[in-house]
Write a protein that binds this ligand. Structure first.
Ligand SMILES: [Zn+2]
Length: 367
């Protein structure tokens, strides 16, 4: 039986030019935090978990067809979302994973006797992804003999489902972090069973930047296609103004999601707004120039929801008179948000201003 599975870097053959192989798990998490952290600031934990669920589900087809070329980038995506979640939630994933697997590793019920397993005292805490992969596969070498990549994926899907459920039920943080460590362990196990090196496949897809926009800090405006615009009108918005905005949006290839509810009578009206905003990439709100209070609450909600969900530069607020009423209130009361209200004289002037913004959007996405 092998003793002292020490994972010092000297033991692992590493080409010196391939510095990604030397990155620790913590450094990978920091790297994904840098690339996507700004983007994920706006995302809820629920959203991020649902993206992780999607990525794991995307492994099913290539796994069924045993298409390694497709499995590798998908596995890299699972790792990327795991890191992004750890970064967003401030989870020390390497510490949690070490506490979970380095001290009293959970074993399946069908596991062989503990005595046949590598002794935990034989390991030192892994640092690089390669070391983590070696550690997890040595720890579970007996179990892995009976595991196929597909039933590992099924087990990972269970843990991802548990993660979503625990988060929804507001479970204690340690249960959530423990699930994230389990998902990492399955990612490493599947890599090992398919004889893929996780560090290499992650590097091949992500290197040091977002693979979609090519930037070291993902530029959401370039990366994310603009397809849908949320439009909110006030109770006193003229038909001409409505027509001008919707016509321009359609001419720029945007699908408009119009919130026709102008008063927030109950929370259902607010969640209807939120649903439309969360399906949108950009937003346009025309503020009322009147002083109808019921309508103002709804408009304040719409503007703030747009600012908190979408990129600030992609939310356009228009008002006929910015010196009084809502426009003035929004700019002052939410000064930190730096809400910009663009004044317009008449529908034709609004058309020019709106199309200027849309033009800017097109330039950003084709850069
Ligand atoms: Zn990007």
């Amino acid at each position: 039986m092998e003793r002292n599975h020490s994972f010092n870097t000297t033991e692992v053959a590493m080409p010196s030019q391939s510095s990604y192989l030397e990155l620790s798990l913590d450094e990978w998490i920091a790297r994904f935090g840098r690339i996507y952290g700004k983007r994920h600031d706006k995302h809820t934990t629920e959203y991020m978990i649902s993206r992780l669920v999607e990525e794991v589900a995307e492994l099913v087809n290539p796994m069924e067809s045993q298409d390694k070329g497709q499995i590798a980038p998908n596995l890299a995506d699972v790792f990327s979302w795991t890191c992004s979640l750890a970064f967003k939630l401030g989870i020390d994933l390497s510490l949690i994973a070490w506490q979970k697997y380095g001290q009293n590793a959970p074993r399946p019920t069908w596991s062989p006797e503990f005595s046949t397993q590598a002794s935990l005292q034989e390991f030192t805490p892994p640092s690089t992804l390669h070391q983590w992969q070696q550690f997890i596969s040595k720890l579970y070498q007996q179990e892995n003999l009976r595991l196929t990549p597909t039933n590992s994926l099924v087990a990972m899907m269970k843990d991802v489902g548990d993660l979503a459920m625990l988060n929804r039920k507001r479970a204690p943080a340690d249960q959530i972090t423990s699930k994230l460590a389990a998902i990492l362990a399955w990612t490493l196990t599947i890599s090992q069973l398919l004889q893929l090196d996780l560090a290499t496949i992650v590097y091949e897809k992500y290197d040091n930047h977002c693979p979609s926009c090519g930037k070291e800090i993902c530029d959401t405006d370039i990366c994310h296609p603009f397809k849908t615009i949320f439009v909110s009108f006030a109770y006193d918005t003229s038909d001409e103004v409505k027509y001008v905005l919707l016509d321009s949006a359609i001419n720029f290839g945007l699908k408009a999601l119009v919130n026709s509810v102008q008063l927030a009578a109950n929370t259902r009206d607010l969640s209807f707004s939120l649903d439309l905003i969360s399906k949108s990439d950009v937003a346009c709100v025309v503020l009322s120039s009147g002083l109808e209070e019921d309508s103002q609450y709804k408009q304040i909600f719409d503007v703030l929801a747009c600012y908190s969900t979408l990129s600030k530069g992609n939310v356009w607020v228009f008002s006929k008179d910015v010196t009084k009423g809502l426009a003035n209130y929004l700019e002052k009361a939410f000064a930190d948000e730096k809400i910009i209200v663009t004044p317009f004289k008449d529908p034709q002037n609004l058309k020019v201003l709106f199309e200027n913004y849309l033009q800017g959007l097109n330039l950003k996405s084709t850069k």
